[in-house]
Design a binder for this molecule. Structure first.
Ligand code: UT7
Length: 329
């Protein structure tokens, strides 16, 4: 029986660093407020002209190298993003061309900050159904391009980056991806959105003047939702895998706010030293947060062969989801 597992991983962060101190010069905020309310100290910002596909390609090339695969061996590319290069073609198609994955199908997946977990789940289905041997899953974001730099409620939160994994058929159901769990509640869509630029409110002078092409968020409502569903997603996916929370060696949560994660792990009775956080360096990178954190946790030796790893995402939609896997490398 085919079974999906992560066989390669890589990430890319643009070199430009924007610190909380820098932001003090931009809006009425302080390093102290941002640090205590979010845990973020700095974030990366893509260069002018650097789009999501540019970050995605760099992460993808590292993941392919780690998996020791040629791009031509990839059957499908899924890019999870809320900041595609453009409406169409899909960012995944741009990546396919740039890396020379000439045998791959390619599409984008939009599930807010849960995008990576959603895409990993889709890849798992394709592998387990025997359709593809190797799928490239990328979370890539240039949130700085849709951030309102005059809105202190949101501009301190987000950052740019990309993470990628190669998901392959490892043919062993006791290792690799053990279970995925996905959910959505569209009634909460108004809590986190970019109001204009789509077919509901196409671009006009008026929409631009009203700054409707930027991220708009009801922070406190999203906060409450996130704490609640992190626990629910974690418990459900672990149960689907036939495990208990105490079997989890490492939790990689979506990196939105330190306080969200602290509250959720307290409810789950998980020890903070089993949770990997890098939000202080990168802020919230939406679909890219989880794969970048996973890559770092592996490279730093926190996650080792045989470890059970839980990933939990949540965000716009509203969407949430979780994956549990046994690390195979
Ligand atoms: O990726 C998934 C989606 N996103 C999230 O998960 C984010 C979820 N939400 C959050 O992380 C938090 O709600 C925020 C960090 C966005 C805000 O923290 P909060 O503790 O919920 O603050 P608040 O929105 O209740 O605002 C408290 C005060 C307000 O002032 P008043 O009205 O009490 O006078 C804000 O105007 O803090 C003020 N404030 C700021 N002050 C300094 C808001 N942003 C800032 C800022 N600097 N950057």
């Amino acid at each position: 029986m085919p079974n999906a597992g992560i066989t390669g991983i890589g990430s890319y962060l643009p070199p430009r660093v924007l610190t909380n101190r820098d932001l003090e010069q931009v809006v009425d905020t302080s390093d102290e407020w941002i640090t205590t309310r979010t845990g973020i100290k700095e974030r990366r910002i893509a260069l002018e002209g650097q789009a999501a596909s540019d970050l995605a390609v760099k992460a993808a090339e590292k993941a392919l190298e780690d998996a020791q695969l040629d791009a031509k061996q990839i059957g499908l590319i899924i890019v999870a993003t809320v900041t595609p290069d453009m409406f169409f073609p899909a960012t995944a198609c741009l990546v396919q061309d740039k890396i020379g994955a000439t045998n791959a199908a390619a599409f984008d997946l939009e599930a807010g900050c849960s995008g990576f977990v959603y895409a990993l789940s889709v890849a798992t289905q394709f592998i387990n159904a025997g359709v593809y041997q190797n799928v490239l899953v990328i979370g890539a974001e240039t949130l700085s391009k849709i951030t309102d730099w005059s809105d202190r409620n949101t501009c301190v939160l987000f950052g740019d980056g990309a993470g990628a994994v190669v998901v392959s058929n490892i043919g062993d159901e006791n290792r690799g991806i053990l279970a995925n769990y996905l959910k959505a509640d569209g009634s909460g869509g108004e809590l986190l959105l970019v109001p204009a630029g789509g077919s509901r409110l196409p671009v006009t002078k008026d929409t631009v003047e009203k700054r409707l092409h930027y991220i708009n968020m009801n922070g406190s409502e999203v906060f409450k939702f996130a704490v609640k569903i992190m626990g629910c997603a974690a418990k459900n996916v672990v149960k689907l895998a036939g495990l208990k929370l105490s079997d989890v060696d490492y939790l990689i949560p979506h990196q939105a706010n330190r306080r969200i994660v602290d509250a959720a792990i307290k409810r789950l009775k998980l020890s903070p030293d089993r949770v990997y956080m890098n939000l202080d360096k990168y802020g919230n990178m939406s679909s890219a947060s989880i794969p970048v954190a996973l890559d770092e946790a592996v490279k730093k030796g926190f996650i080792k062969k045989g470890d059970t790893v839980l990933m939990v995402g949540f965000g716009a939609g509203l969407t949430w989801g979780a994956s549990v896997l046994r690390w195979i490398k």
